[in-house]
Design a protein around this ligand. Sequence first.
Ligand code: SF4
Ligand code: SF4
Length: 342
Amino acid sequence: MKTNEVLKAWAGILAGRKPSLSIEITKECPLRCPGCYAFDAAHLGGETALRQLSDFKGSELVQKILAIVDREQPLHVSLVGGDPMVRYRELEALLPELESRGIHTQIVTSAFRVIPGAWKNYKRLNVVVSIDGLQPEHDERRKPATYERILKNIVDAKITIHSTITGNIASRPGYLEEFLRFWSARPEINKVWFSLFTPQIGATGPEILTQEQRVAVAEELLRLRPLYPILDMPEGLIREILSPPATPADCIFALTTGTISADLRTKITPCQFGGEPDCSQCGCIASMGLAAVGHHRVLGPLTAGHLFHASDRIGSSLRAMKRTFSKTSKEPETETFTILSN
Ligand code: SF4
Ligand code: SF4
C-alpha cells in the first residue's frame, strides 16, 4: 500500500468508515467443505442461515455492489461467498469498475471454474484459491474442486494460494514443506498464505489445533520462509500466531473490515467468521497481519495500534453523533450497509 493510500485509510477511519470491505456476493457454492464457516448455522448470528438469504444476480448485483463501494469508499474489497466464481459474469463487469476506482480487489474462490487469463491485466486484483493441504486431504474435503480440476482452471492465471492448517495437518511432520515444494514448482502461483483453523467458542474436533501444535506450526513456518520465497508471510506476522487478539475489540482486522452477506444488507459480526469466533485460537492470516502492523513502534512506546485505536474511537464517536442527529432530525438512518434495503 502506498503512503497516500495509508493516509486515505486513516482519514476514512477518523470519519467513521472502514477501509476494507468483505462482501459475500452470492450464497451459492458447489462445494460442501467440512468446517466451512460461511454455511455454519452460527455464521449470521443464529436466526438465519446464509442459504436462506435472498441474493442477487446480473446487473442488479453489479449495481448494488458498486453503490456500496461508492458510499463506503474502501481501499480494499474482498469478494467472497459462497463461491464468488458462481457469479463470474458479474465479476467480469465488476472488476474493471473496481480497478478504475483504484480499489484493491481480492476474489477468494475454490477455482471450481476457470480463472480467466485476462484477469492478470488488472493491477489491483488478487485471486486467492483455497487449497486445503496436499491432494489426498484436499480432494477428500473439497471435491468437486479437486487438485486435477484446479490445475486445469488456473493454467492461464496468476494466483495466491491460501491454505488453512487444521489440527490433522499440524500433526504431520514435513507436511507444510511438501505443500510448499509442490506449489513452488508451479508457474501460476504468485504466493502462498497459511491460516490456522479458527473455531467457534466451545467447539471441539480434530480440526482445532492444540497450543503445542500452534507453537510447532509457527516454528515450522519461521524455518520454511527463508527456504521457500513463495511463502509470503513476514516473520512478525508468523509470531502473532502465538498471541492472537484477546477479543474482537482488540482485533484491528475486525475493526477495519466491514463484512456484508449475500442479501447485501446483513452485517456479519464480529468478523468474517460470524457467530462467536474464539479469538484466543484465531489463526486468520489477515488478523495476524494487521496485529503485526499494530505492534509496530511508531515513536518510543507508541505503536501503530495505539494510533489506530485512538482514531477508531474518534471515528466511532462521530458516527454515533451522525446517527443521533439523523434520528432527531427524522431523516432516514444511514447506518452502513442497511440503507440498501430493497
Ligand atoms: S468453497 Fe468455501 S464457501 Fe464453499 S463450502 Fe467450501 S469453504 Fe464453504
Ligand atoms: S479475525 Fe480472529 S481475532 Fe479477529 S475477531 Fe475474528 S476470530 Fe477474533
